[in-house]
Design a protein around this ligand. Sequence first.
Ligand SMILES: [Cu+2]
Length: 316
Amino acid sequence: MDTTGTLFLPPSGSTISGEVDFQFYFIYAASIFFFAVVTFASLLFVVRYRRRGEPTRSDAPTHNTLLEIVWTAIPTVLIVIVFVMGFRTYLKMHVVPGDAMEIKVTAQKWFWSFDYPEGASAVNELVVPVNQPVKLLMSSQDVIHSFFVPNFRVKMDVLPNRYSVTWFEATQTGEFDLFCTEYCGKGHAEMIGKVKVVSESEYNNWVEAGAGPAEGEGLADYGRRLYVSKACNTCHSIDGSGNVGPSFLQKFGAEEALADGSFITVDENYLRESILNPQAKIVAGYDPVMPTYQGLLKDREVDALIEFIKSLKDGQ
Ligand SMILES: [Cu+2]
């Protein structure tokens, strides 16, 4: 990633950045220029027409046609320029190129998940190929979030019950920050991801590997990977330490106290239900804040996660 950011804008990483930045600085420079002109004129008039003795009464000029034309025409022309530039870029940002690849983006409290046409999926890390238009079809599972990649100058709200669309074409490889930029509750500040722009061949490898366990990888190891890539680790530890959710250490086979006062022995079915329908049984002492992974995890991934949790018999 190059570091040619400017005073107000981070380094640019997409095909649209140049236009956005130019317009920002155009408006900025025009504002500074007119601010200086108006301030200077005000000071000048204050000094020049300050009260000196009794005013002499004469007919004050009421009208100056040339002056009025000038101060109407210049702002009008400027506004038309800004509008035309802005509208053209706006259209470009909203009309997705026909050859764009499509990735499904799901926002929920408090992470991002990405589903690829080839079947791969990821959480909080959007992997895309460089120099290729990428269309994002976005929706939210709960409240309004907003997808923001400053380096790409891409920002779009993500809403429940409807899709929103945005697109970008990354111009260089590297890692770029992804923020949620709509306050969405307690964990909003941690709703941070990465956009990883890679070469086309790297992308193809990633998509292949992401579609399932790697070759020769055991189910529990695959589950360990999912535990991180599906963001379970943001709420569950595996070393017994406390967090938003219970630790997974020595969970399997344990007797679990539920919020309704009953007890349950942790087996595969309980784990499966806890992942896909977390509100069904709430663990005593915890808030029911775990998002449902229904539709976000394939059966095989649920199996792998369960296998991983089963493998956590002693601190490792
Ligand atoms: Cu959010």
